[in-house]
Design a protein around this ligand. Structure first.
Ligand code: BG6
Length: 482
């Protein structure tokens, strides 16, 4: 099936931090891909902004190099790359000073969508928003896009919200959580709300528990300084895992509109019960063979920051009371594997003798790699000689089902196009970010006050043994990481 491409309206997209890592690795290659598939209108323009003095030609050359490195579709298509680079210009702006803003203003056109993507340190969000406003560059229709981390705790998130809202209305602010741009994450909504099959079963009566896993095989090499101040809880749980939990647990919104969807997500976060320290396991990878430890990679020999966290979460509402959600995420684990596993309760009465050993139905929503959906079922093993049961899976990888290249579209591409379309559905609202921090803060301060150390785990493992216990003691087990 060929995907339909609907061109967006003409736009001026200003990327602050344009020479930085994220812009070069994700934002600009993502835009190139949208250009290559024909979604970008002729009148689209991208204006790179950064502090360093650089000629337009040098900036285009830099983008050209990044495309070769990070965009598979650019590798053998020099003519297309050249056409794309024609759309790009560069302005040197001092984000905290006065220089460059007047020049930037002259580059922007009337009558097209105007969007500002702040791929910069959150410390600069407020000051850039303010300057865009005071230099008359931001119009009432412009959009501003901000990257994570959105705060370090509730207080800093509130301050960021206040800073942004001084110059932009909430309807103009797009807070990125790139997990919301992943195809399967969106498919979770389609699965739940476009099919009649699941919703009647989607509650504590029929679902035993839910496992949400975001496992990474990479460590924190190169990002140690940032990560050591955050840890898995702030870096992954507060945002990405929380979003997955919300989309799995939320009530059906009355319509597929940004605020209808986001209202339901906020209600889930507000229904989360406080987590007791007995229900959380923190881990930190140690050295093994020639693989360095977390502490080596973070450059902090005394670090107590967690590179792994597993927890049992209860949602205090009618739909979910009695059905725990187990979350786990970590670095340097056995495999890169992200999925949501919805494990159903056993049939109320068992008529087959070896039924007790089976694991029950489970719906696995696989985010990466190999996006798709799997349904675990029990069937009779073929052949005579008794009635034996076997577990089999019904597998649907989206790449096969839809005849599309796997991972063809990066999350960022989708999200940037949504900004241009003015669709906030897949972006965190300010109150949502704050609610998530309000739930995370006491957990993190609990650790800090108790001065507990994370448990060590081997790189290439499934995390510390205590994480296994978290489910074992409830008579359950984690799914294999592979
Ligand atoms: C980022 C985190 O938000 O997400 C990283 O800061 C993490 O630590 C990354 O590695 C994971 O994203 P993905 O898309 O590779 O699963």
């Amino acid at each position: 099936m060929v995907s339909r491409v609907i061109p967006v309206d003409p736009f001026d997209l200003v990327v602050f931090g344009a020479s930085g890592d994220l812009a070069q690795r994700k934002i600009l290659p993502g835009l190139f891909h949208r250009f290559a598939v024909g979604q970008m209108p002729e009148a689209a323009r991208i204006i790179g902004v950064a502090r360093s003095e650089m000629s337009e030609a040098d900036f285009r050359a830099l983008v050209g190099q990044s495309l070769t490195g990070f965009s598979p579709s650019a590798a053998d298509n020099a003519a297309l790359v050249a056409d794309f680079l024609e759309k790009i210009s560069y302005v040197t702006v001092d984000a905290t000073g006065e220089s460059g803003w007047a020049e930037l203003a002259t580059r922007l056109r009337e009558g097209v969508v105007r969007a500002f993507y702040l791929s910069v340190s959150p410390a600069l969000f407020g000051v850039i928003a303010q300057s865009l406003h005071s230099h008359g560059i931001a119009t009432p229709e412009s959009r501003i896009v901000v990257e994570k981390p959105f705060g370090h705790d509730l207080k800093t998130a509130q301050a960021l919200n206040a800073d942004l809202r001084r110059s932009f209305a909430e309807s103009q602010i797009y807070r990125i959580d790139h997990y919301l741009g992943k195809e399967t994450v969106q498919n979770l909504m389609a699965l739940r709300f476009a099919n009649a099959l699941w919703e009647p079963l989607w509650n504590a009566t029929h679902i035993d528990h839910v496992q949400i896993t975001v496992a990474e095989s990479l460590g924190v090499e190169g990002r140690g300084e940032y990560y050591d101040k955050s840890g898995a809880m702030r870096d992954m749980v507060q945002n990405h895992l929380m979003q997955l939990l919300c989309l799995t647990a939320m009530e059906p919104p009355s319509r597929f509109r940004p605020n209808a969807v986001r209202d339901e997500k906020v209600k889930v976060i507000e229904a989360l019960e406080p987590v007791s320290q007995d229900d959380i396991v923190r881990g930190q990878y140690r050295a093994q063979g020639d693989v360095g430890s977390y502490r080596d990679h973070a450059g902090n020999p005394q670090s107590r920051t967690e590179s792994f966290v597993a927890m049992k979460v209860n949602i205090g509402n009618w739909r979910w009371a009695g059905t725990p959600f187990y979350l786990r995420t970590g670095k340097k684990l056995r495999a890169r594997c992200s999925e949501i596993a919805v494990v159903f309760r056993d049939p109320p009465h068992m008529i087959f003798p070896d039924m007790a050993s089976r694991r029950g139905n489970a719906l696995i929503i696989k985010l990466q790699p190999d996006e798709g959906i799997t349904l675990r079922n029990t069937i009779k093993e073929p052949g005579p000689g008794g009635f034996r049961l076997a577990e089999v899976t019904l597998d649907m990888t989206f790449a096969d089902a839809l005849e599309q290249e796997a991972d063809a579209q990066d999350a960022y591409e989708r999200l940037i196009m949504d900004v241009i379309r003015g669709d906030q559905t897949l972006f965190m609202r300010g109150d949502e970010a704050e609610a998530a921090w309000a739930w995370v803060d006491p957990i993190v301060t609990g650790w800090e006050e108790a001065g507990t150390k994370p448990s060590a785990y081997d790189p290439g493992s499934a995390g510390p043994d205590d994480a296994l216990m978290l489910l074992h003691r409830d008579g359950r087990r984690w799914r294999e990481l592979n």
